[in-house]
Design a binder for this molecule. Structure first.
Ligand SMILES: NC(=O)c1ccc[n+]([C@@H]2O[C@H](COP(=O)([O-])OP(=O)(O)OC[C@H]3O[C@@H](n4cnc5c(N)ncnc54)[C@H](O)[C@@H]3O)[C@@H](O)[C@H]2O)c1
Length: 124
């Protein structure tokens, strides 16, 4: 596929749904080889399959971005399958429970920070 990202390799986290899925499909339409990463295995595999059916190149890697070893694996899969990594769209995120700050548990805080910020920022 020719396009703005022809010859590039893009990693998209949270790629099984919503903004991440739309972005993964858009990268592929623009010629990128795409690594889709998400905790939702069935939906992520389906999104990668949709790209391949349309003539693009894509793989899905089951990844929980709050776990550093899994993020590392997704990056390594990009390099092993496509030889390089040019773009990382660190999109995976959760809202957590909506509640007044005083009612936010440490567990909820840690989960939101580890998914939305921690490894996305360090690895990105
Ligand atoms: N939709 C909005 O209006 C909006 C506004 C501001 C920010 N955002 C942010 O944009 C991003 C995408 O939003 P969306 O509306 O597409 O969300 P969404 O809930 O539709 O999709 C998020 C995706 O991230 C995945 N995900 C969740 N936890 C994960 C984890 N630990 N590891 C890997 N993948 C994980 C989910 O499985 C899902 O596929 C999020 O970070 C969200 O916080 C969205």
């Amino acid at each position: 596929m020719a396009g703005k990202f022809s010859g590039k390799v893009a990693l998209v986290t949270g790629a099984a749904a919503g903004i991440g899925k739309a972005t993964a499909l858009a990268f592929a339409r623009e010629g990128a080889k795409v690594v889709l990463a998400d905790v939702l295995v069935k939906e992520g595999e389906e999104a990668a399959q949709a790209i391949r059916k349309a003539g693009g190149e894509a793989i899905f890697v089951g990844t929980d971005v709050s776990k550093p070893a899994e993020v590392e694996r997704a990056v390594n899969q990009a390099i092993e399958n496509f030889g390089r990594l040019d773009v990382a769209f660190n999109n995976a995120g959760i809202e957590g429970r909506r509640a007044p700050t005083a009612d936010c548990t440490e567990e909820t805080w840690d989960r939101v920070i580890s998914i939305n910020l921690k490894w996305s920022t360090i690895r990105g």
